[in-house]
Design a protein around this ligand. Sequence first.
Ligand code: PMP
Length: 355
Amino acid sequence: MSRRFWSDLTARLEPYTPGEQPQLDNLLKLNTNESPYPPSQRVMEALRGLTGDELLRYPDPGARALREAAADFHGIPVDCVFAGNGSDEVLSHVFQGLLKHSRELLFPDISYSFYPVWCQLHGVQYRQVPLRQDFSLRVEDYDTAAAAVIIPNPNAPTGLLAPLVVIRQFLEAAPNRLLVVDEAYIDFGGESAIPLLAEYDNLLVVQTLSKSRALAGLRIGMAFGAKELIEGLERVKDSFNSYPLGVAAQRAATAAYRDGDWFQQSCNAVIANRESLTDALVALGFEVLPSAANFVFVKHDTLSGRVIFDALRAEGVIVRRWDKPRIEDYLRISVGTEEQCERLVETLRQVLPAL
Ligand code: PMP
């Protein structure tokens, strides 16, 4: 009955459903694209070094050390860097602060399913632009008179990468249209658009430390763009929560950016596992889209996505699937360690013949 206290907006919301985080014994969790490898030792040392005196104070509201480490890593000025509590929060600020206009926002029909939810929350007018039959992205399909375009690159959940030439075409086609590139998965084989910031002021790049830096549990997201775009995001942040990142998250994320060796090794290991997993899945009768991410998007030649999803779940293997037109027969499978990938493949070998 207390629902009567909900605002009209609250009653209308259709919230995003995150991948489940069940606590089962012997579970193989390949549904939310976390890193299969623990973070850098430097991160663990930074966390162990926290003192009570640091915890009793509020953290740095501007996350200066973290933003400097990210700026150094990417070779850009620190005032072109924004930090928030996971890229979901950063993206929410982007929708509210930079994508809400009288002209519409465009994004692909198959992309991150949180985008329409933020549009609803913040009252952003939007239109979904169908990807081509093969899920590729075409610049000419996007109206140059739109206020903005947002794309995940590599795309989620397909894993397909748009090369930098395509990003450049988007930027050149409409200098007054903002392009937001959500690079949650860029470190697994793609080329970041961050170097293009030196040439274009209509570009904002969003990244996360949840995947390639193995810090999903601490919630850290970043945005990179022209100083004025970052200033816009800071205005939204400081009207919402002045201290979005706790001291532990700031310390850990700073250490993560300062350990380039761990980062490279970990990404390379995931890429190698993705390639062998792809071969094994093809041998089992799956079509595997070419992935530049830490997951593969796959469809079986004869069996429906739902049947395979349920059979895997019964064996304690959790992957992700959407009941959406065009992709209902696909499964998105996060790339695990070698052993995890082997268990997935072995489980499929056992269950598929009976389906
Ligand atoms: N963008 C995309 C495309 C994603 O798949 C995700 C992960 N669900 C995010 C952003 C958000 O990541 P996080 O909030 O963990 O930084």
